[in-house]
Design a protein around this ligand. Structure first.
Ligand code: FPP
Length: 295
């Protein structure tokens, strides 16, 4: 807990401090301990927030790889390759500070349809290589890997590698890292409604179909995750781009001009500092409880 010395009590407490320190050979801790593994810059930012009010789930729209490459007169794919270092740093920092869930928008359904086949191929190979190389680090950091999106439409060898990586990290109990691959929020909702209808017809018939917010949530790809508290978008664009449209209903939005390949753990921590300055009202006045929707 951060000890804030303020108001009339300040001189009294300050005068007691030497005695308290003397009576406690280890001294007293005024600030939370910085988690192991953070570098100097990260530790500096970490000290600015309250580790007891971390967002439980952070979602990130990784954008700007192409522009990063263009500025360097390099091909677009060089931006994607450089983006892997940003993924690595962000994931490790999130795990080190104890973020419960991190979801990264790696590849949208629209990317698949609207980008040249060579770029899509490159991204698939990059993902495959990332998974192979990263599993030991994910295990070392106790990170469990999951995916959202229409995985069955991805190349078979990529699906196999994804399944292998998921199984290899399935026992981990720390941060849940979810990669959104071939993902579209509208398709997710379509799949959820289809799944609700199927479940009803397999359980006594369509007349048993119940549709409410809880039921929709239970049929989304993210059914095992809390809704994101914070969504980060890099490269300055102010769009959600068909990402987690249902789940982001009450999320705080943080947009940074930093291009994804330049993003690091320290930038994630800066986003959390900003998040903690926001007052979350869930449609209400000034309380911090999700609003109960009245029908
Ligand atoms: C958006 O940048 C980024 C992507 C479509 C791909 C994201 C991929 C990575 C970060 C690398 C690999 C990821 C994993 C999980 C291994 P853009 O190409 O749309 O950039 P632009 O808007 O500047 O053109």
């Amino acid at each position: 807990m951060n000890l804030r010395l303020q108001g009339p009590a300040l001189p009294v407490i300050a005068s007691l401090l030497p005695a308290v320190l003397a009576s406690n050979p280890k001294g007293i801790t005024l600030q939370h301990k910085v988690p192991a593994g953070l570098d100097r810059k990260e530790a500096e930012v970490y000290r600015q927030f309250d580790p007891e009010r971390l967002p439980r789930h952070i979602a990130i729209i990784m954008d700007g790889n192409g522009r990063w490459a263009k500025r360097r007169h390099m091909p677009r794919v060089a931006g994607h390759r450089a983006g892997v270092a940003a993924v690595r740093s962000t994931v490790e920092t999130a795990a080190r500070i104890g973020i419960h869930a991190l979801t990264l928008y790696a590849f949208s359904e629209e990317n698949w349809k609207k980008r040249p086949a060579s770029e899509v191929d490159f991204l698939m190979r990059l993902l495959s290589r990332y998974l192979k190389a990263e599993v030991p680090t994910l295990n070392k950091n106790n990170i469990r890997l999951e995916y959202i999106g229409r995985q069955h439409e991805l190349p078979e060898d990529v699906q196999e590698r994804m399944e292998w990586a998921r199984a290899s990290t399935a026992e981990n109990t720390g941060t849940v890292l979810t990669l959104a691959l071939n993902y579209s929020a509208r398709s997710e909702l379509v799949d959820a409604f289809r799944s609700m209808v199927r479940a009803a017809s397999e359980n006594g018939g369509i007349e048993h179909l119940r549709i409410d917010e809880e039921m929709v949530g239970e049929h989304l790809y993210t059914r095992n995750l809390p809704d994101p508290d914070l969504v980060v978008r890099t490269s300055g664009e102010m769009r959600l781009s068909n990402f987690l449209l249902w789940q982001l209903a009450y999320a705080e939005i943080y947009v940074t001009p930093t291009l994804w390949p330049d993003f690091r753990g320290v930038h994630l921590l800066e986003a959390i500092v900003e998040y903690q300055k926001r007052e979350r009202r869930y449609g209400g006045l000034n309380h911090a409880e999700p609003a109960k929707v009245r029908n």
